[in-house]
Design a protein around this ligand. Structure first.
Ligand SMILES: Nc1ncnc2c1ncn2[C@@H]1O[C@H](COP(=O)(O)OP(=O)(O)OP(=O)(O)O)[C@@H](O)[C@H]1O
Length: 256
């Protein structure tokens, strides 16, 4: 068997809080992720999804256990700019146009201007905002702002796309459209995606595998292979196979 792209081994995370009480956010999490896979971390509020994503991204150190990505540490990956991260709120700079928002990480990395321009064109095209480069964030809908966030995350052509509930603040229609568009972006770029969500249908629609986390303490309670054909289109949501996966995963939460 080939070595997994990402190996999460015996990861525990305990937050020490001021009153001395420990919060066990992750309890012995083990997970292997394959190259190019689309994985969702699914669970109710407080089950440790964000904590696990932040450990993978080197934004947090686990209390014990390890994460390796292609045999390297999260720190090494972060320093090599291998992560593209998309948060729930895209945090755009109001005074910068869409193009200049997408450009930010490339400016920081001192990428030559010609290359920056080409990358901005390419990523804006990818997220469907080709004609909106000169607009400012306040002129965009929430969904369009999140598209800018995705374009910016892809600007340095990272290996791993880490997404923390990127669509949860959007209305249902916009969310579903962005789900479809995200799959198209993934098909074209073949990044390894780790997608945090608390929406069961969203995780089924998007993923190759859904990792179900349960809270107190956060642990992996199930890993479900989503064996639905690709490319996936909106009509998939109406099929009995889709409902069966949603029902199966919902059942795994019973008693949580
Ligand atoms: N900095 C922190 N200090 C103390 N406790 C924390 C901290 N961050 C998270 N926690 C606790 O750790 C647990 C897991 O939190 P985490 O944010 O990872 O969960 P989550 O599944 O992402 O939740 P949500 O869906 O609400 O974002 C929760 O009980 C939370 O209160």
């Amino acid at each position: 068997m080939s070595t997994p792209e990402i190996q999460i081994k015996d990861v525990n995370m305990i937050y020490k809080v001021n009153d001395g009480e420990d919060i066990v956010a992750l309890n012995n999490v083990n997970l292997d992720i394959k190259e190019g896979e689309f994985i969702s971390l699914l669970g109710p509020s407080g089950c440790g999804k964000t904590t696990l994503l932040r450990i993978i991204a080197d934004l947090l150190q686990p209390t014990s256990g390890s994460v390796t990505l292609r045999g390297q540490t999260p720190r090494a990956m972060r320093l090599q700019k291998k992560y593209g991260i998309v948060f729930q709120n895209p945090v755009l700079y109001d005074w910068r146009s869409v193009r200049r928002n997408v450009c930010m990480p490339m400016e920081i990395m001192k990428i030559p201007k010609k290359e920056r321009t080409a990358r901005i064109d390419q990523t804006l095209d990818l997220v469907g905002l080709k004609d909106f480069g000169s607009k400012y964030p306040f002129e965009l809908s929430g969904g369009m702002q999140q598209r800018v966030g995705i374009a910016r995350a892809l600007a340095l052509d990272p290996e791993f796309l880490l997404m923390d509930e990127p669509f949860s603040a959007l209305d249902e229609f916009t969310r579903e459209k962005l789900n479809e568009d995200l799959l198209e972006i993934w098909r074209k770029t073949r990044k390894t995606v780790i997608f945090v969500t608390h929406n069961i249908a969203e995780s089924v629609f998007l993923s190759d595998r859904v990792v179900v986390l349960s809270p107190h303490p956060g642990r992996v309670s199930a890993v479900v292979d989503i064996d639905l054909p690709r490319p996936r289109e909106s009509s998939l949501r109406e099929t009995s196979e889709f409902y069966e996966y949603v029902a199966k995963i919902r059942k795994s939460f019973e008693g949580v």
